[in-house]
Design a protein around this ligand. Structure first.
Ligand code: SAM
Length: 152
């Protein structure tokens, strides 16, 4: 689609291959990331694949690399989603690799790391962007899966 539209990037894109359970901030710094400048972080469909201690460490490291005004977008696995779709429920699916769900209070959890966060349902966000979801699926009704946050 982008080629067809002759879209031209307005930034330089640098990929950094890392295992996010390991010490990635050094690799990011070596690739030119400047923690003094506000950063946008996006973790879509990622945290659910990391054990809870790795999620905690990842967030601590992100927070340490985030100047005030940095922004973050996260998707979190709803409570109970692993039981319903995970390895025991549907062996061999991508969901069988899910290992962690969202904390009970994601907004409070992020506040503890220095972020002012809001949590939304997919349905709310879709409507806000003018692309409402019409199908009444249970999954989209579940609260708190989408997080947007600003570093204080
Ligand atoms: C459902 S996909 C999310 C895709 C992503 N939103 C995108 O647009 O490319 C899950 C991703 O998590 C990555 N992932 C899972 N565990 C990881 C880890 N320990 N370190 C780095 N990436 C990891 C996988 O490689 C995969 O690309």
């Amino acid at each position: 689609m982008l080629r067809q539209e002759r879209a031209v990037a307005r930034c330089e894109r640098i990929t950094v291959a890392v295992d996010l359970r390991e010490d990635w901030p050094g690799a990011l710094a070596a690739a030119g990331h400047d923690p003094a400048v506000p950063t946008v972080w996006i973790a879509e469909g990622l945290l659910i694949y990391l054990p809870e201690d790795a999620v905690e460490l990842l967030l601590a490291r992100i927070s340490a690399q985030s100047a005030a005004g940095s922004r973050m977008g996260l998707t979190l696995g709803s409570r109970g989603v692993i039981e319903r779709f995970g390895a025991d429920a549907v062996p061999g699916s991508a969901a069988s690799m899910w290992v962690s769900e969202m904390p009970d209070d994601p907004v409070g959890w992020l506040a503890g790391h220095g972020w002012e966060a809001g949590s939304h349902t997919l349905r709310e966000r879709a409507a806000a962007y003018g692309r409402p979801i019409s199908a009444p699926t249970q999954r989209e009704e579940r609260p708190g899966g989408l997080i947007s946050a600003v570093r204080r």
